[in-house]
Design a protein around this ligand. Structure first.
Ligand code: 3NM
Length: 208
């Protein structure tokens, strides 16, 4: 069954701070919250993961750690998100074989998205939709129409990502995306709850 949850929020250096942004996500009922800290000492990532685990515990917000399986395990996160160059979904699942844990995988083309179905992650990311300065090694932008086509052809729950904001979200939803992921559209906001609500309102208008 494909999930239809709307916003998936990644936290990377939120101007409001990690804990305030995570609290805003929980308050707004965001379904997925991922911690993505690059070029940061491991102890700092692990400490932030523990704080975010506390904030999301027993809420409807699932807490996902980017890349680092040891941090995901140590913090008892709800899942891990893996890139194409990280360890495979199969390897991650066999190392972290706790029932109910969530395994996500980034994909950047129709071919990768269809191949991903074999490893059966719980969801795939599809992007980048638009050019984005947030990911240093981002693949070329696919455009909303191609992302919509990929999502339509994949049997998996899919989340569009890359350069998504309140201005271009309507076009993405019209192209066939149900779920979408943002970094800067919320992390750059001094009031993350307001930024989240603005996106949620657009999604509700288009999906219902
Ligand atoms: N992954 P923003 S694009 C983390 O294409 C990430 O898989 C991408 O950040 C992919 O919302 C991206 O600020 C960056 O554009 C998304």
């Amino acid at each position: 069954m494909k999930e239809n949850f709307g916003l998936y929020l990644i936290l990377t250096d939120p101007v409001s701070g990690y804990e305030a942004a995570a609290k805003a996500a929980v308050e707004c009922g965001v379904r997925y919250l991922q911690l993505r800290m690059k070029n940061t000492p491991r102890e700092q990532v692990a400490a932030t993961a523990l704080a975010l685990r506390d904030i999301t515990k027993n809420t409807q917000t699932r807490f996902i750690v980017n890349d680092d399986l040891t941090v995901a395990i140590e913090s008892d996160a709800d899942g891990i998100h893996l890139g194409q160059a990280d360890l495979s979904v199969e390897e991650a699942r066999s190392t972290w074989s706790v029932p109910g844990k969530i395994f996500g995988l980034s994909t950047h083309s129709l071919e990768q998205a269809l191949l991903a179905a074999e490893a059966a992650p719980d969801y795939i990311g599809v992007g980048p939709v638009h050019p984005t300065p947030t990911k240093a090694d981002a693949d070329p932008a696919l455009g909303a129409a191609e992302v919509g086509r990929i999502i339509g052809q994949s049997p998996l729950t899919a989340v569009a990502i890359g350069g998504i904001n309140a201005q271009n979200l309507p076009g993405l939803l019209e192209a066939g995306a149900q779920n979408y992921c943002v970094v800067s559209a919320v992390n750059a906001a001094t009031d993350p709850a307001a930024a989240i609500r603005a996106l949620q309102k657009i999604w509700e208008r288009h999906v219902f």
